[in-house]
Write a protein that binds this ligand. Structure first.
Ligand SMILES: [Mn+2]
Length: 396
């Protein structure tokens, strides 16, 4: 008897030859799945087959036109919404999701918030954050497939929606992406993308303004928190007067800068600060002091793998060093090594992150390596980073 994995590979390869686009391939594999046993092989092949098939959207719709189009959504017949965002969500992810939730709810829509992973502890203060579910496929698959509209926020590839990916792909819902990352992948029906926006929530501010929504405190707080976290407290290069005017609107609508900062940043644990101390002590510089690497290992954390919330913000400490233009936080996780990369100036480290199965923005990106030793990944990163030390010429 042919081992199940080999049989599956044969089907997989045949489908790639015959089809290509992710949707066809996914449905084909789904058809065949009933005939197969060995759930792990199936899952693996299924996920691999969909994951590797996304292509980049060739033409991102003009932002103003997309805003006009999306502004009509609020008034159309779609009733059942599912809102989701990326795995290991952050302030912009959760803030955007909640802001849209509040506005849709006030307009009479049914809204479910279903995420691949839990809400970070320091975002739980936001109103209705406790209504965000972590996906349970047996419970949520039908809701995802049966929605009228699925809104994917702050992420542009279904690969970062584990647990939801196959259900979103196979859902007949109208799928929309609202996001500010580069190179959105081709899986949704409509895209509201502005890669110049500092946060997805800045796009939502534009959208709500276009919809003539009068902002209330819950969404103002969510939007403020989102923009605060994604703009490095309003100091990243893209922060300008127009953004501050938006922020002023949010404060007028009830967002409290003091409270938001307090809730998000001043909630650290002693364990976290001690871990930061050990990580700081181990920072190393390369390429004449232009590239800095900080490692965080399980051993540094009492033999426990630190979760993302524990190392949140560590990477910024590397860029605080004089002369450093690229910084990487390299973290040991259960079964993988995670890279969080930052740069200053025209140094597109999203390209560098892509070499580690990741992506992001020109100045902030991330990737990961499955298996492997942290020191090997660090050495590999250092070598590859050499090509990004010098600033790129401004594009024409
Ligand atoms: Mn964001």
């Amino acid at each position: 008897m042919i081992p199940v994995e080999h049989r599956f590979d044969a089907i997989y390869e045949e489908s790639i030859r015959s089809y290509g686009p992710a949707a066809y391939l996914a449905s084909l594999i789904k058809q065949h799945s009933a005939r197969l046993q060995g759930l792990r092989a199936l899952q693996h092949c299924y996920m691999t087959s969909i994951s590797n098939e996304y292509t980049t959207v060739k033409q991102i719709p003009d932002y103003k036109t997309a805003l006009d189009k999306f502004a009509l959504h609020l008034r159309d017949e779609a009733e059942r919404y599912v809102l989701t965002t990326h795995v290991n969500s952050d302030g912009d992810a959760i803030g955007s999701q909640l802001a849209l939730y509040h506005v849709l709810r006030r307009n009479g829509k049914q809204v479910l918030m279903i995420n691949p992973s839990p809400v970070p502890e320091n975002m739980m203060f936001l109103r209705d954050a406790d209504r965000i579910r972590v996906v349970d496929e047996s419970r949520d698959a039908a809701e995802i497939r049966g929605a009228d509209r699925i809104v994917v926020l702050d992420v542009n590839s279904p690969r970062r929606l584990p647990g939801l990916e196959p259900h979103i792909i196979n859902s007949s819902a109208h799928k929309v992406v609202i996001d500010h990352h580069l190179d959105p992948t081709d899986f949704a029906d409509d895209y509201l993308v502005n890669t110049d926006a500092v946060a997805t929530s800045e796009i939502l501010c534009d959208l709500f303004a276009r919809m003539n929504v009068s902002l209330e405190e819950p969404e103002a707080a969510a939007l403020y928190t989102a923009i605060m976290t994604d703009s490095g407290n309003f100091r990243f290069p893209r922060v300008d007067a127009a953004l501050h005017r938006r922020i002023a609107d949010l404060i007028e609508a009830g967002a409290s800068p003091f409270e938001m900062y307090e809730q998000v940043y001043n909630q650290g644990s002693l364990e976290r600060t001690r871990l930061l101390g050990r990580a700081l002590a181990g920072i190393e510089l390369y390429h004449a002091g232009r590239v800095g690497v900080m490692r965080v290992t399980a051993a540094m954390n009492g033999d426990n793998y630190p979760d993302g919330s524990m190392t949140e913000g560590f990477v910024n400490e590397i860029l605080a060093l004089r002369g450093v233009v690229i910084g990487a936080l390299i973290t040991e996780r259960d079964g993988e090594i995670k890279l969080s990369i930052r740069s200053k100036g025209r140094r597109p480290i999203n390209e560098l992150a892509a070499m580690f199965d990741g992506g992001g923005h020109m100045n902030a990106a991330g990737g990961h390596v499955i298996g492997g030793a942290i020191d090997d990944v660090a050495a590999d990163f250092v070598e590859r980073s050499a090509a990004y030390v010098h600033e790129r010429a401004a594009s024409v």
